[in-house]
Every structure is written in structure tokens, then in C-alpha cells.
Design a protein around this ligand. Structure first.
Ligand code: SAM
Length: 316
């Protein structure tokens, strides 16, 4: 392509040369449409001094766009064959390739520190990846990610929406999120069965008065039984329905309300009230998560849900 971006012929040729057979397991649907790349890079609103973090560079379609717009690009790829080939496709001195699992990567791996997350994410782990990186990298000022459309809708949903849930509240803890549009299946190879959505987010200060871990425990408990009133849904976490009611009343929230009506600030108020009453609440998960992911950041349930969805919906 004139501007060095990869079109369908280049993607096929590159994949054939590298012997790449895209796998569902790793959510490998590669972009082969330069217009979509230009659109993503523009929507990301990168500043010349930004350090971009891309999760899952794949064959390098988006990476080629990012190196023209950012001071430095970190590309984290779990597939060793793709990671090894990337510097041959993207020959930029300001690109660092990390062969690693984005769910486990730690902030100390990156120099310079990333300021923007820009990625066409592996759809099966999109939510846990975003939440993990926001927790791990306080230097991130925001990002633009492409995810399955249904997941995009959940991430940007506000209280009262049918799809408002754990991913919406946890992303809201860190940032203000908005839709940056829809992307059709035809721009990918292989073509997925689902539409995609772009989510832009800008970091903001989390609500004051309670620790993230405690707030996320309340959120997990409230949505584990989302049809129940908070008095009932939080009973297990609080140590009984009466205790839950006392904490809710102290936080100024009706015990008859449901989690789907609460803002992230409301959840923080419940966690703060619980602490003031000498009760931190039980953590939502005990023990060590076998994935090694901090359970206060990522719920194993969310990962399972997304994996099942992706395997069902995305057909190479
Ligand atoms: N950015 C490329 C593009 O737009 O064409 C590829 C996007 S593809 C949807 C997702 C990429 O994420 C694949 O290259 C896959 O190997 C990689 N991947 C999957 N799981 C990952 C993980 N946990 N950590 C890092 N990369 C991962």
C-alpha cells in the first residue's frame, strides 16, 4: 500500500510466508483494511509524545499505523511466531516487541512507560486485559480498543441499561468510556461472525473513600445475583441481610435497589460504609486464581464468559 499499511493481498502473503494459521483460541482475526487502521489511529487521538501499548499486534496491521503516530510503541504478543516476525514487518527503531501474555504482564516491563492503550484486542480476553492493564499501568492516560460489539456495549453502559454490569462498573472505576463507532466483520481475516465496536476511554480519578479491592468485591456480589435487591444480593458479602441493609442505609442507598441502578460512586459509598462499620466485607474470590491474575481486578467468571462467547461466535 502507498502508506505502507497492509491490505488483503499483503496479509495473505505474509500469513502464508510465516505459515500462520489463525486460531480461535488466541482470537486471531487480523485487520486487512487500511481505512480501518487509519480510523483507529485517528480515533485514538495520540499525541506525538505518547507511548502506545498495543496488545496482540498479530501480523502488524495496526502496529504499522501506530509507529507513525506515537513516540514509542510497545507490542505485547503471546504467539511467539508472530512476535518474532513483527520487527521484519514493522522496521521502526521505536518499536519494542514483548513476547508475553498481556494478562500477566507487569508495569516494570515497559520503558518508556505506556501512556495510551491502542489495540484490536483478542476478543476472548478483552475485558480482563483492559482491566489488568489499567490497574498495572497508572501511566496510561487512556486508550482506544476494538472488541466484540456486545462487549463494547457492556463496557460503555451506564446505570439502568440492560447490559450494565461488572465490566461497565470496573471500567468506570478507572475511566470515562464512550463508543467510537462500529466496525463490520469484512475488514478482518478470517471474517468473524460478529460485529466489532470501538471503545475510547480517558482515565479519571476513582471515587474517594474506599480501596479498589473492597469496591470491586461489592460490585461482584451485587451482580452475581443481579435480579435480587441489594439487601439480598449483598447478604453473603456483608454477613447477613440485616448487616447489608445497615451498610446500604449508611451509604444512603435504598436496600430495595438493584445493583444495575448504582453508579461506581454508589458502590464506593457502600464499601466505605462497610469499612466504617468495621466490616470490610468478604472478598469475592478466595485463594489464588490459577491464571495468576489479581482476582480483585479480573473475575475468573468474566474470563470464562468471554471465552465461551468468543468460541461460539467467532468462526475463522
Ligand atoms: N492487531 C492485529 C490486527 O489488528 O490485525 C491482531 C489482532 S487479533 C484480534 C488478536 C491478537 O492478540 C493475536 O495476534 C493473538 O495472537 C494475540 N493474543 C491473544 N491472546 C493474547 C494475550 N493474552 N496476550 C497478548 N496477545 C494475545
Amino acid at each position: 500500500m502507498a502508506d505502507g499499511l497492509l491490505g488483503p493481498a499483503e496479509i495473505r502473503e505474509l500469513a502464508a510466508r510465516l505459515g500462520v494459521a489463525p486460531t480461535k483460541k488466541l482470537g486471531q482475526n487480523f485487520l486487512h483494511d487500511p481505512n480501518t487502521i487509519r480510523r483507529i489511529v485517528a480515533a485514538a487521538g495520540l499525541r506525538p509524545d505518547d507511548v502506545a501499548l498495543e496488545v496482540g499486534p498479530g501480523l502488524g496491521s495496526l502496529t504499522l499505523g501506530l509507529v507513525t503516530a506515537a513516540r514509542h510503541v510497545h507490542a505485547v504478543e503471546i504467539d511467539p511466531a508472530l512476535a518474532k516476525a513483527l520487527p521484519d514487518t514493522v522496521t521502526a527503531p521505536h518499536l519494542t516487541v514483548h513476547t508475553a501474555d498481556a494478562l500477566r504482564i507487569t508495569g516494570d516491563r515497559f520503558d518508556p512507560a505506556p501512556t495510551m492503550l491502542v489495540a484490536n484486542l483478542p476478543y476472548n480476553v478483552a475485558v480482563p486485559v483492559v482491566l489488568h492493564l489499567l490497574a498495572e499501568l497508572p501511566t496510561l492516560r487512556g486508550g482506544l480498543v476494538m472488541v466484540q460489539k456486545e462487549v463494547a456495549d457492556r463496557l460503555i453502559a451506564g446505570p439502568g441499561s440492560k447490559v450494565y454490569g461488572v465490566p461497565s462498573v470496573k471500567l468506570a472505576w478507572y475511566s470515562e468510556a464512550r463508543s467510537a463507532g462500529k466496525v463490520p466483520p469484512a475488514v478482518f481475516w478470517p471474517v468473524p461472525n460478529v460485529d466489532s465496536g470501538l471503545v475510547a476511554f480517558t482515565r479519571r480519578e476513582p471515587p474517594a473513600g474506599a480501596a479498589r479491592r473492597d469496591v470491586f468485591a461489592v460490585v461482584d456480589a451485587a451482580f452475581a445475583q443481579r435480579r435480587k435487591t441489594l439487601r439480598a444480593a449483598l447478604a453473603g458479602w456483608a454477613g447477613g441481610p440485616d448487616k447489608a441493609e445497615a451498610m446500604l442505609r449508611a451509604a444512603g442507598i435504598s436496600p430495595q435497589a438493584r445493583g444495575e441502578a448504582l453508579t461506581v460512586g454508589d458502590f464506593a459509598a457502600i464499601a466505605a460504609a462497610a469499612k466504617a462499620q468495621g466490616h470490610g466485607g468478604k472478598l469475592s474470590r478466595s485463594g489464588v486464581d490459577p491464571s495468576g491474575v489479581d482476582p480483585s481486578v479480573v473475575e475468573p467468571e468474566e474470563m470464562t464468559l468471554m471465552t465461551a462467547e468468543a468460541i461460539r461466535d467467532i468462526t475463522p
